[in-house]
Design a protein around this ligand. Structure first.
Ligand code: AMP
Ligand code: ZN
Length: 113
């Protein structure tokens, strides 16, 4: 399948790994929007949040557990951080493989643009 993030999981495209287990892979965003900007993705190809169902959504709770661990490991847990999923065109999704942004290390604005 011609999916950028599936290729990153397989090591066909290089990435800076932050964390990996049997369900998820986490790596630094190539174009960071904050001092800490990590992408956390399921190893199974799920195109977007629109494709989540009771059958495949367990990985999402796991991703939030992993995000909390990474935030602690990278020293942003105490001051806080943001976990973001962009879905579809209006949501600003540019890669068609479900991913969650973990952003921190600075004060983040609200609402997003
Ligand atoms: P989104 O716009 O929510 O779909 O997020 C896609 C993210 O993937 C963007 O923040 C990009 O900077 C990031 N990205 C694209 N290509 C790569 C890559 N090869 N390695 C790491 N991050 C990437
Ligand atoms: Zn994929």
């Amino acid at each position: 399948m011609d999916c950028l993030f599936c290729k990153i999981i397989k090591g066909e495209i290089p990435s800076k790994k932050v964390y990996e287990d049997d369900m998820v892979y986490a790596f630094y965003d190539i174009s960071p929007a904050a001092p800490v900007h990590v992408l956390i993705i399921p190893k199974v190809h799920i195109p977007s949040a629109n494709a989540l169902s009771a059958e495949n959504a367990d990985v999402v709770s796991h991703i939030f557990v992993v995000a909390a661990k990474i935030a602690a490991d990278l020293g942003i847990a105490e001051k806080g951080y943001r976990i973001v999923n962009n879905c579809g065109e209006d949501g600003g999704q540019t890669v068609g493989h479900l991913h969650f942004h973990l952003l921190g290390g600075r004060s983040l604005q609200w609402p997003p643009g």
